[in-house]
Design a protein around this ligand. Sequence first.
Ligand SMILES: [Zn+2]
Length: 165
Amino acid sequence: MIYRFCSICGKKLKKRQDGHLACTSCQFVNYQNPRPTATALVLYKNKLLLTKRGRTPFKGWWDLPGGFVDRGEHPTKTAVRELKEETGLHIKLKKVFGIYTGTYPHKTEPFNIVTVVYLANSPSRSLEALDDVVDSKWFDRNSLPKKIAFDSNQKIVKDFLKIWN
Ligand SMILES: [Zn+2]
């Protein structure tokens, strides 16, 4: 994550006053902008879907389904795609719940994310655990697990609990 050389000309990068790494020879600046992700709050009969992570970071912790927006992809499509990849569910998104920021822990240096959070209802109860997910379950509002992965998801779930009846 910490780049040492310019990806345009190959010369050394140096930290500027504003904190960004810039090339010492050409105009290249490594801005390290937040990465966009999409997240879904999916309900079935008023139970919330959480997936258990099979990979680091937060391996073994419960997560909201979602993932990184692909190149050229709209976050709406990301949320639908990730739901299918991780749980086998084909969902229709209802509306945007909110937009959140967060930190994604990474070996050498964490990076920031901006996530678009959607609300959705699932047409089906049956779930699979696919891709990098080892389990997926429906949770009552009174039986949510304590170990929720990512600071962004903790904020999202906390806000969702305010409107979840
Ligand atoms: Zn350069």
